[in-house]
Design a protein around this ligand. Sequence first.
Ligand SMILES: *Cc1c(COP(=O)(O)O)cnc(C)c1O
Length: 381
Amino acid sequence: MTLANDLDPSTIAAQAGGAVDAPSGGVVPPIQASTTFLRDERYALVNPDNIYARDNSDIVRVAESVLARLEGAEEALLFPSGMAAIAALFRTLPNGASVVAQSGIYWGTTKWLRDFSARRDIALHEVDASDAAALEQACAAHSPAIMFIETPSNPWLKTVDIAAAARAAHAVGGLLAVDSTAATPVLQRPLAHGADIVMHSATKGINGHSDVLAGVLATAAPAAAVWSDIKADRHDAGAVIGPFEAWLLLRGMRTLPLRMERMSRTAQAIAEWLAAHPKVTDVFYPGLSTHPGHQVAARQMQDGFGCLLSFLVEGGAAEALAVVGRLKLFHRATSLGGVESLVEHRHTIEPHTGIPESLIRVSVGIEHVHDLIADLEQALG
Ligand SMILES: *Cc1c(COP(=O)(O)O)cnc(C)c1O
């Protein structure tokens, strides 16, 4: 079934990959597990799309086409993790290239990028990209081949003006890549604001059930050289997602808009409640009108501000850990974007990254807002 392109994302998602299994009549697509595909007597491929599973999988292509439509992209590529997607992007750079990357983002990205840049003589410049003037200055000074931003950022929830970042990168002949994980394609579509490549850890909100590791790159310009290089890298180096994971991802995506709507509404209510709590000294959530990036977020996001928020409690690590330890509904675990609420004391995990000892990061799930606030209330005391 071909759907018109102007359908609402919730309609596209609800029918993701649906009604394609002609042999069985199933309304969900089947999983084809084969690693290799037949040729006929004249040695022609029985299905010209499928030779070998390293880069040929019907279910992966179906999941990619749904992601591309939700993102407003021409093409999307799936990877076995978010980090594999990031690595495929940066491996397209020649040795000695220049990169401008946002500081204070997902630590795994920063760490990998620093190690990779050191090995490849890449000049890596880290800058607080929420400061548009600083970002433009860094761009003018270093002419990066790739500018990499993450908005909203994890765990600081900083907001970067995507359109301004794209202008700054393009002015020096570079391209803009945006890690849009915390927003998912439902709440933010960076390509519409001038980004060249969008990246997601689909492990998070896109899958939404904390049971699949996956990554995505998407573009509006599949003819660009960088995109052919990324495709060749995935095909040749083999960082592919398995058919079962792609199938689970499709199932998760069917409820993605519904989940993001609920989670954003609940996260907004929790952020407002926390902001008024006497034991909370600061709340970081782009949906709060007091957030320094609120205006930018309101301009470039739609239908909510996501499930991720951080807050500071009175006192230090001991007080923060005591609050986290008293929570009964929020699971103490890393990651975000799942249907179950999670809480993290990031300083314990990453003491060297400058995260305040009193910072508590929360990923809001789909539980009832009253239950979540009651849990936070008893934990804060
Ligand atoms: C989790 C995450 C990643 C890495 O994704 P994996 O799927 O865990 O490899 C990258 N960026 C952000 C913002 C993330 O939250």
